[in-house]
Design a binder for this molecule. Sequence first.
Ligand code: GDP
Length: 218
Amino acid sequence: MTILPEDTRQFSPQALDEGRKLFAGACDFMLGVAALGQLPDADFPEIAFAGRSNVGKSSFVNALTGRKTLAKTSNTPGRTQQLNYFNLGDALYLVDMPGYGYAKVSKTQVAAWTQLIRDYLRGRPNLRCCFIMIDARHGLKDSDREIMEMLDVAGVSYRIIFTKADKVKDQELAKMRGSVEAELKKHAAAFPYIHVTSAHKDIGLDEARAIMAAMAGV
Ligand code: GDP
């Protein structure tokens, strides 16, 4: 697996260490937010995770924290349509957004979800970044583009994380990366480089922790 230079340039040993330290601490489920009035006070910076159902979002966050909390919480009936809040070491909130692009969800549910997300993204002052998880084999789908546009409009910075990089050959990965990065250039609020990961093969996880620690300001 080749990690291209822009992935490694920004990661000093110290930055990687800060990331590891942050994620070695407690990470507890706090609450599920179904309506904006339930949002916790903006006490800490926060990072949101978005992605199509099955993209590997739970596996990624569980691998980062070394815990199974996220998968368990997010798949609890009733919690799948909420913003699930986790407190990482009293330093950062991790917000698991509902997975989208799932065919079995009704139009009414999609509309309710879209409204909640739109309002959340527009009005959350401590939201540092939204990570949009994309399957390295499949690239961007229209439902991903919709959320990217929402983020552009809301002026919230976002970064693309490729998941399941262990499933693609280097050459395919480079090609997919090139085409998605070309598209990112057209989006005002997007970070121009993709961060490549595999939760199963521990690729890019230390670097992801370092990115988040920098955002938490630790
Ligand atoms: P979520 O719906 O986005 O939370 O997705 P999950 O984390 O539940 O993962 C969906 C499926 O993808 C599961 O079968 C995982 O085992 C698989 N998966 C997740 N991450 C990886 C990865 O890094 N590599 C591979 N090969 N499979 C993965």
